[in-house]
Design a protein around this ligand. Structure first.
Ligand code: NAD
Length: 256
């Protein structure tokens, strides 16, 4: 592996939202991406690729289902096969579902944790065995679970809280290899996930909630992507096992 070659990232859930914005951010920094796309969703990975190319970058598209270990292993391997190296693994893929506690069947609970917690484990694990010493990982948590509880979303919040313990432990274990692991904790970010009025706030709910955020609006995917980019960059070379809240001040405002 040439130390002068471009760095390479794998990003799950990169056909939309924060993951797409991250691939575009990396393109601007000369980092090549493997764009993870989940065939079960209607998002368009070709649009991510188009935006990466417009930004002067390089990327390839790879299908991945984070519920499957062989699928995630093949996804991480694509970086090595295509570009000869892997430097950054970003566990961004996630789902959000609404379920009152009394209706929280074991299946609903397990389906959620399979994607939002075990899917993160699978991604970081697959990255760790292929990554050069000195690489970096980021997992995407949420203020739901990472900071707050959220009614009718106990499974989501439990998974997102679990991500923080997972990242701290991975950071402790991989520190001696010079591999860092951190989490971001997004607040309310306008993406397909939050625009879903059934499982999340929907467009009107987001607009209403935005007025109560100190920054005056909900966040944009690029505003989370740039923080993930920072956490995987040398500017964060001594930062590991941490979680960074990206929420426009949502969680620091007291509500009387
Ligand atoms: P999004 O729905 O655009 O992105 C989620 C991505 O995950 C999608 O591309 C989807 O196809 C993919 N995905 C779903 N199931 C998958 C599976 N089994 N295997 C692989 N990929 C799968 O929404 P987003 O907001 O960009 O979400 C990115 C991350 O940010 C998620 O982990 C989400 O929970 C988290 N987050 C979002 C917000 C917000 O307000 N939007 C807040 C906190 C945390």
């Amino acid at each position: 592996m040439s130390p002068d070659a471009a760095q390479v990232a794998v990003i799950t859930g990169a056909a939309s939202g924060i993951g797409r914005a991250l691939a575009v951010h990396y393109a601007g920094r000369g980092v090549h991406s493997v764009i993870g796309t989940f065939p079960g969703d209607p998002h368009d990975p070709e649009e991510t690729l188009r935006q990466v190319k417009d930004a002067g970058g390089q990327a390839v598209i790879q299908e991945v289902d984070v519920r499957s270990t062989p699928s995630v292993d093949a996804f991480a391997q694509r970086a090595v096969d295509e570009y000869g190296r892997l430097d950054y693994a970003v566990a961004n893929a996630g789902i959000l579902r609404n379920s009152p506690l009394g209706e929280m069947t074991d299946d609903r609970w397990e389906d959620m944790l399979d994607v939002d917690l075990t899917g993160v484990l699978r991604t970081l694990r697959a990255g760790s065995t292929r990554m050069a010493d000195g690489g970096a990982m980021v997992a995407v948590s949420s203020i739901a679970g990472g900071v707050y509880g959220w009614e009718e979303h106990a499974h989501y919040a439990a998974a997102k809280a679990g991500v923080l313990g997972l990242v701290r432990s991975v950071a402790a274990e991989l520190g001696p290899r010079g591999i860092r692991a951190n989490a971001v904790i997004p607040g309310l970010i306008e993406t397909p996930q939050s625009l879903d009025p059934v499982n999340s706030l929907g467009p009107e709910g987001l607009q209403r909630a935005g007025r109560d955020i100190p920054w005056g609006r909900v966040g944009r995917p690029e505003e989370v992507a740039s923080v993930i980019g920072f956490l995987t960059s040398d500017a964060a070379a001594y930062v590991t096992g941490q979680s960074l809240i990206v929420d426009g001040g949502l969680t620091i405002k007291m509500r009387a």
